[in-house]
Design a protein around this ligand. Structure first.
Ligand SMILES: Nc1nc2c(ncn2[C@@H]2O[C@H](COP(=O)(O)OP(=O)(O)OP(=O)(O)O)[C@@H](O)[C@H]2O)c(=O)[nH]1
Ligand SMILES: [Mg+2]
Length: 450
């Protein structure tokens, strides 16, 4: 006997799509197979696809709860790819609750966070990077980020990933063909066109990674830690950049204990500046705790500003800090240049600043956010997430490995495997190869109604 038990039933979902609170209009979105039927019972009328119709929204006794526009989008021509009806009533929270309750009593259930976007993804209306761009566009913290997010949403990021994947598929086909004709493998791999294709993939990937890293910074902001010996001028720098006296500044070494954080914007990029306790050996419990926290900030920072008192120059104690900084993402900056009799005593390549005169601060900002990083002027920037950058870094590592094998061992089999892994990492970005767990994590971070 035939049974349809294994076919999952698609439920119709509904949620308020406008933000909570009072507003002129409040929108409820209904999506799924029964969306039209529910809306037609709700309005007691027939709806037509693609037309905004003014209707009353009725309760079970046919009394109006509210009235407004109803817009029906027929599957698959809707955001989710399913039948969708948007019910636009007045924007009062109680009213919208009543409407939503009525819609649920007609057969819909409340949507989970991100469920509309998840359905759009599952129905092939958006790829994963585009679905993420919807959330990032809504949450963008600056104009530059919003502009970059719409570019990602319109597919500028995904199309570059897809282009790279098709280059890789071509290369894989070439290498795998060589494996199928094992005796001729050496000849195949000696073919200079493989080298050319490999080089082309590597340079496209490097370029995409640079763009994604910029997009990630625009999305998340940069985390900058100011560190150094006590009295180096760290808190003075924080205050200068923040534009007000956020931190206590005194000539007593060891003034700052807690980490002080200020969110600022440098050249259109959101930056979080963290001022930390001076790093030195201390018997004081409170200071010890501050120093411990300073090291935690160092671990988390995208960029570290290691401030050194310009009057004293690089002392053995500064040298110890340099040695303890395992990562290379720090800039050594000399402070208090206004006190230097002859700043030229320093090497030309050294950076020096003064928070008294403002000298060197513009150059320091360039150092933090990158010299040519006016994201507002750039109309190429795409918005990306840390997840995308990590996938591109993994793809780069396996592609470099494939290159190494190609140049050194000429093993077609190993090379084919690395190319396969590279492609898999790239597919994680657009969602063609993504675990259900990851999808769950991504979509549940969206808000309800999105
Ligand atoms: N002339 C001059 N003095 C500065 C400058 N920056 C800081 N100072 C002075 O240096 C002393 C220490 O400054 P802070 O900003 O408190 O130094 P800090 O690195 O935060 O010190 P701790 O919190 O103790 O680790 C204060 O007396 C500041 O006025 C500068 O650019 N020029
Ligand atoms: Mg301080």
């Amino acid at each position: 006997m035939l049974s349809n038990k294994s076919i999952p039933v698609v439920e119709t979902i509904a949620a308020v799509a406008t933000p909570p609170g009072i507003g002129g209009i409040g929108i409820i979105r209904i999506s799924g197979p029964s969306a039209l039927e529910i809306a037609q019972i709700l309005t007691g009328t027939t709806l037509e696809k693609g037309r905004a119709l003014f209707r009353k929204f009725l309760d079970e006794t046919a009394h109006p709860i509210d009235h407004g526009l109803c817009i029906y989008s027929q599957a698959p021509h809707s955001f989710t790819g399913e039948h969708v009806v948007e019910v636009q009533g007045h924007g009062g929270p109680i009213l919208l609750d009543m409407l939503l309750e009525r819609i649920c009593s007609l057969g819909a259930r409340l949507a989970r966070a991100g469920e509309f976007s998840e359905r759009a993804f599952l129905n092939g209306k958006l790829d994963l990077a585009q679905a993420e761009a919807v959330a990032d566009l809504i949450e963008s913290g600056s104009r530059a980020a919003a502009k970059a997010a719409i570019r990602s949403l319109e597919g500028q990021f995904s199309s570059q990933v897809k282009h790279l994947v098709s280059e890789l598929i071509y290369l894989r086909a070439y290498v795998e063909a060589a494996l199928d004709f094992a005796e001729e493998e050496i000849d195949f791999l000696a073919d200079s066109s493989i080298q050319d294709k490999l080089d082309s993939c590597r340079s496209s990937l490097d370029n995409l990674l640079k763009q994604a890293e910029r997009g990630r910074v625009l999305n998340d902001g940069l985390n900058v830690a100011i560190v150094g010996l006590p009295n180096a001028g760290k808190s003075s720098l924080l205050n200068y950049l923040a534009g007000y006296e956020a931190a206590i500044v005194t000539e007593i070494p060891g003034t700052t204990r807690d980490v002080l954080r200020e969110n600022i914007s440098l050249k259109g990029i959101p930056v979080r500046i963290n001022d930390t306790a001076g790093l030195r050996a201390s018997d004081n419990l409170v200071e010890q705790e501050g120093i411990k926290r300073a090291w935690l900030e160092i671990d988390k920072a995208d960029t570290i500003i290691l401030l050194v008192d310009g009057n004293l120059g690089l002392t053995p104690d500064d040298q110890k800090i340099v040695e303890a900084l395992v990562s290379s993402n720090y800039h050594l900056i000399f402070s208090k240049s206004d006190l230097l009799a002859k700043p030229t005593e320093l090497k030309v390549s050294d950076y020096f600043i003064s928070t008294k005169s403002g000298e060197g601060i513009d150059a320091l900002i360039d150092l933090i956010v990158g010299k040519d990083s006016d994201y507002n002027l750039d109309n190429q920037t795409i918005l990306a997430r840390r997840r995308h950058v990590e996938a591109l870094i993994s793809a780069q590592a396996s592609l470099n490995q494939a290159h190494l094998i190609f140049t050194e061992t000429h093993s077609g089999e190993l090379m084919a495997e690395d190319l396969r892994i590279t492609q898999q990492h790239l597919n994680e970005i657009t969602g063609e190869f993504t675990s259900d767990d990851l999808l769950g994590t991504i979509f549940s971070s969206f808000c309800v109604g999105k």
